[in-house]
Ligand binder design. Structure first.
Ligand code: SAM
Ligand code: SF4
Length: 316
């Protein structure tokens, strides 16, 4: 379906849970999630109906996210059923990777085509600090498991944070020399509930180009500007939602784990599809797509997202 600004909406990001086994400082409050009642969250049946409704409107690509999607008890069943929905050409998943050693192979067998892993640092103490509880070795074991399970075009998502990991740009980009992966630097977004970072934390992605002048431009892949280090096995991607938003080409619709449709990541919730039939869901989605704004307001440390939720409650 085409929205009011001529953008074709072909991509649904489905958050399957608000729960997580980490507590990243930029994503989640320190005391974690205020657990909502089970009855307030979408059931597996409703999630699959929503995927069918979205596919009936022309959505072809599905990304399963969260919270941490791999802590969801029925994640394999959700992936398997979503991948079988007519019209869905690709199911991808974004994860912190901690549970991939057990789940990488079953996810592939369930029809997940690609996985993105989040990794902000290669220093164990800093990893524990930014995630408030995680162990770097677990995340690296998750990466190895994804590669051994045969996932291709694995992407590592690194939130670029001034004063935290800008001194590791060379090392993190260097992962593309060691592994057949893309490393994507993503600008920190000032979300509603995350710990307040100072102005210096909001580094534009161009800092990566300044640090690595040997990067060679490779064109674009969706919202990512691609570069490559000489002799690398994968690309370095730069995703700049703050310094150069990509609203003009935005092809996404989001559905939160509690059933709220979000036509824009940074806009307040649009409407709920909880408790609706598949046809009613499709009608709500049509309304949401038509209500998709031309663009979101500029973001900065002072001008925070209007999302009204933390990223773990939206599905980043
Ligand atoms: N738990 C999974 C993970 O960490 O990959 C999936 C959900 S997480 C919300 C999805 C992505 O959003 C992660 O790559 C994370 O780094 C990113 N993210 C969360 N908060 C962010 C923020 N304030 N700015 C930029 N990216 C953010
Ligand atoms: Fe959990 Fe992912 Fe948010 Fe980190 S970024 S707290 S892993 S949902």
């Amino acid at each position: 379906m085409v929205d009011s600004y001529g953008r074709s909406i072909t991509y649904l990001r489905l958050s399957v849970t608000e729960l997580c086994n980490l507590r990243c400082k930029y994503c989640m409050p320190e005391d974690g999630v205020c657990k909502k009642s089970h009855a307030d969250m979408l059931s597996e049946e409703e999630m699959i109906d929503a995927v069918r409704a979205a596919a009936s409107l022309g959505v072809k690509k599905l990304r399963i996210t969260g919270g941490e999607p791999l802590v969801k008890r029925n994640i394999l069943s959700i992936c398997r059923r979503a991948a079988a929905v007519e019209g869905i050409e690709e199911v991808c998943l974004t994860t912190n990777g901690i549970l991939l050693p057990e789940l990488a192979k079953p996810l592939r067998e369930a029809g997940v085509k690609r996985v993105n892993l989040s990794l902000d640092t290669l220093n164990p103490e800093k990893y524990h600090d930014i995630t408030r509880c995680g162990a770097l070795d677990d995340a690296l074991r998750g990466l190895e498991a994804a590669l051994s399970a045969g996932f291709k075009r694995v992407k590592l998502n690194t939130v670029l944070i001034g004063g935290f990991n800008d001194d590791e740009i060379t090392e993190l980009a260097g992962l593309t020399l060691r592994y057949p992966v893309d490393v994507r630097f993503i600008e920190l977004m000032p979300m509603t509930d995350s710990e307040r970072f100072g102005q210096d934390a909001y580094l534009p992605c161009d800092a990566v180009l300044e640090k690595l002048p040997e990067l060679q431009a490779q064109g674009k892949d969706g919202v990512s500007r691609l570069y490559r280090l000489p002799h690398a096995q994968g690309n370095v991607g730069l995703i700049s939602p703050v310094s150069a938003h990509f609203c003009k080409t935005c092809d996404r619709l989001r559905l939160t784990a509690d059933g709220k449709l979000k036509p824009c990541l940074h806009a307040p919730d649009a409407c709920s599809i909880k408790g609706l039939t598949q046809e009613e869901m499709a009608a709500r989605m049509q309304e949401a797509i038509l209500a998709k704004p031309a663009r979101h307001a500029d973001l900065s440390a002072e001008h925070r997202s209007q999302a009204g939720r933390g990223m773990y409650q939206i599905g980043g």
